[in-house]
Design a protein around this ligand. Structure first.
Ligand code: AMP
Length: 286
């Protein structure tokens, strides 16, 4: 695996890798913020399966963190991340410094209106402007054919799909399923902030989703009733502070009144200082 830290080197390395892999070769990009876990590696696996060359990035993007958020203490485990990515078959790893990505005086941003104010965007003003801007920049640097993202960040997927559509980017967004720990907790770099006690409390998120799934299997379709059921389930864990429970169309992120196949049920909650998210897509029409 080659590690590139400047935009110029990364551009060149991508071009060379494509050239070496042959005229019709395909290139994948897996953008991350590091602290690599099995969720990230599942994206690399999917990318390996589909594309000839796999590029990944590690960049803790200052632009997507609010002033009171965890940018400074976000886990940075670069050597360990490199070992994991290399073993998983990443060919090119782009790991720029913030000054490389944001030269002084940069004033151009990508704003996906409306969608960026829903779900996580409602709780984290400016977050999706930061995400859309950095992903757009990564797309221009790497020029991938396919970019791999996790369903874990469902509102991010909706924002990026809209960006690709609206700006006519010649890139396909591939979405990979949520990877969970054995007990159901969705894997996240932020899970390492949790104390053992908080780790147990955090299980309420996936429990609430499983409860809602069960109610849907039993035939419940009313979004209001399912939302209330999720809220009640979450309230059983008093240490949890609810941010949102939303039942929405996965593309527009607009509220649904009843669930159909594909409807997104997403929630976010605070466990101590740590904000966690989880979601499910309704599998079958009830
Ligand atoms: P992050 O490093 O948190 O920005 O995540 C980088 C990518 O990995 C994003 O596309 C996430 O949606 C994805 N991802 C993070 N956690 C998981 C997970 N548990 N399962 C699947 N994908 C994930």
């Amino acid at each position: 695996m080659r590690i590139l830290t400047t935009i110029q080197e990364m551009r060149l390395a991508c071009r060379q890798a494509r050239h070496n892999a042959g005229a019709d070769s395909s290139l994948a990009l897996v953008p991350t913020m590091g602290a690599i876990h099995q969720g990230h590696l599942s994206l690399v696996e999917a990318a390996r399966e589909e594309c000839d060359v796999v590029a990944a990035s590690i960049f803790v993007n200052p632009l997507q963190f609010g002033p009171t958020e965890d940018f400074a203490r976000y886990p940075r485990t670069f050597d360990d991340d490199c070992a994991k990515f290399s073993a998983a078959g990443v060919d090119l790893l782009f790991a720029p410094a913030p000054e490389e990505m944001y030269p002084a005086g940069a004033t151009t941003f990508v704003e996906v209106a409306k969608l960026s104010e829903r779900l996580d965007g409602a709780s984290r003003p400016g977050h999706f402007r930061g995400v859309a801007t950095v992903v757009n920049k990564l797309f221009h640097i790497v020029s991938p054919d396919v970019a791999f993202f996790g369903q874990k960040d469902a509102s991010q997927v909706a924002v990026l799909q809209a960006m690709v559509r609206d700006l006519n980017l010649p890139i396909r967004i591939a979405v990979c399923p949520i990877v969970r720990e054995a007990d159901g907790l969705a894997m996240s770099s932020r899970n390492r902030y949790l104390s053992p006690e908080q780790r147990t409390q955090a299980l309420a998120l996936c429990r609430a989703l499983r409860h809602v799934e069960e109610r849907i299997h039993q035939g419940e379709t009313s979004a209001a009733i399912l939302r209330a059921a999720a809220a009640e389930e979450l309230s059983r864990e008093p240490a949890l502070r609810l941010d949102y429970i939303e039942i929405v169309d996965p593309n527009t992120l607009e509220p649904a009144t009843s669930v159909v196949a594909g409807t997104l049920i997403a929630l976010a909650a605070w466990v101590g200082e740590t904000r966690l998210i989880d979601n499910l897509r309704v599998a079958l029409a009830p």
